[in-house]
Design a protein around this ligand. Structure first.
Ligand code: ZN
Length: 376
């Protein structure tokens, strides 16, 4: 196994790429989907079950873990991998985005952000240096730069100001991260939906030099059309030979469209969060298992799915356990959803390898357009 962090592109089809990220903790096949393990767990899943769905890497959240149980406590207990029983790669975000969306009484300065915890009101500070320190204490394999992301829509002045600050913080993150063989630091491109700011941001990041690059500041309410509009140029502005990561995306069709535009990595709470509310992602679109039409349906969610939920349980059973609020309801549908996402990624990788991405995408949309199977 390699001791270095390395990215090899194995095949391309149009702008899409498939390849392998090698890390000392294992390989990551790209395009990759990272399930979200916010508080050191992918909710309702055992780590070995997450692995069984085909996930090569998980995402952990700096903001949540620094507040509870704290990064220092996790470090004293041997690091996040050991703590949560996941020995494969982990990417951690910088905490910046969640401070902005969750914390109370935020104060933003050149130095960083001070805020009050949404859990107990205690006071904390995050800066590029502190974020790097926390992600190191956690033992993260892929560390994200500390950045600031304005909510969209925002005017050009606000976006420019924020992007400039994020680029200064990117330099400080790089400095504070230092030289850590086997660990990677990713820069985050900002600039909202402004092509010139995106270009400026990409240039600033490339000059600093990172192991990978994220397209940040999207999927914040701008809608798919605007997001794809930005993705028509943003990935091209970033270095070709490094992984590109679209943060916080997304729905299956968002992912497919972003892969077509040259994105290699994704994370999203959607498959796990929806799993807990009875929304199942299938080849034929979203199925709400709580709907009464499933009450007497002996068929699986998706007859072609090989996950434990679909191979062993009926729609009627899933409907019942959701209605009865049994814990297994979250477990089964989360498992199915994560399995579906990983199968989608595997299908995309195979299609790119075979030079058949456009055929795959056509089939993907055609199957979804059929809608769910007819009621019994
Ligand atoms: Zn399934």
């Amino acid at each position: 196994m390699t001791q270095r962090f390395q990215f090899d592109i194995r095949a391309t089809d149009g702008k899409a790429r498939t390849g392998l990220i090698s890390t000392p903790r294992g390989d990551i096949r790209t395009p990759a989907f990272m399930p979200v393990g916010t508080a050191a767990t992918v909710k309702a899943m055992m780590p070995e079950s997450v692995r069984a769905t085909g996930a090569d890497i998980l995402l952990g959240n700096t903001y949540h873990l620094m507040l509870r149980p704290t990064a220092e406590r996790i470090a004293n207990l041997g690091g996040l991998h050991k703590f949560m029983n996941w020995d494969r790669p982990i990417l951690t975000d910088s905490g910046g985005f969640q401070v902005m969306s969750l914390a109370e009484l935020r104060k933003l300065t050149e130095e960083g952000v001070t805020f009050k915890s949404h859990i107990d009101g205690s006071k904390h500070m995050l800066s590029p240096e502190r974020s790097m320190e926390i992600q190191k204490l956690l033992g993260s394999d892929i560390v994200m730069c500390f950045d600031e992301c304005p909510a969209l829509p925002a005017d050009r002045d606000r976006i420019k100001q924020s992007m400039d600050l994020s680029m200064r913080w990117a330099g400080r993150s790089r400095e504070a991260f230092g030289d850590r063989p086997g660990h990677a630091l990713f820069g985050i491109q900002q600039g909202g939906l402004e092509q010139d700011f995106r270009e400026e941001s990409a240039k600033a990041l490339s000059k600093i030099g990172f192991d990978g690059y994220a397209v940040g500041g999207l999927a914040v309410g701008e809608g798919q059309e605007a997001m794809f509009g930005c993705l028509d140029y943003a990935p091209d502005q970033l270095p070709q030979d490094k992984p590109r990561y679209l943060m916080g995306v997304g729905k299956p069709d968002d992912i497919v469209g972003a892969v077509e535009r040259g994105i290699d990595m994704f994370d999203c709470v959607l498959p796990s969060r929806s799993g807990r509310t009875g929304q199942a992602f299938t080849r034929r679109g979203v199925v709400n298992i709580k709907n009464a039409r499933h009450m007497d349906d002996p068929r699986p969610l998706d007859a072609d799915c090989t996950c434990p939920c679909c191979s062993q349980y009926s729609r009627a059973y899933l409907h019942h356990v959701f209605k009865a609020q049994e814990i297994i309801s979250s477990m089964l549908v989360t498992w199915h959803n994560l399995h579906y996402y990983q199968e989608l990624m595997s299908g995309l990788r195979e299609a790119i390898s075979e030079g058949n991405l456009s055929g795959f995408v056509k089939q993907f949309h055609a199957t979804r357009a059929q809608g769910d199977i007819e009621p019994v």
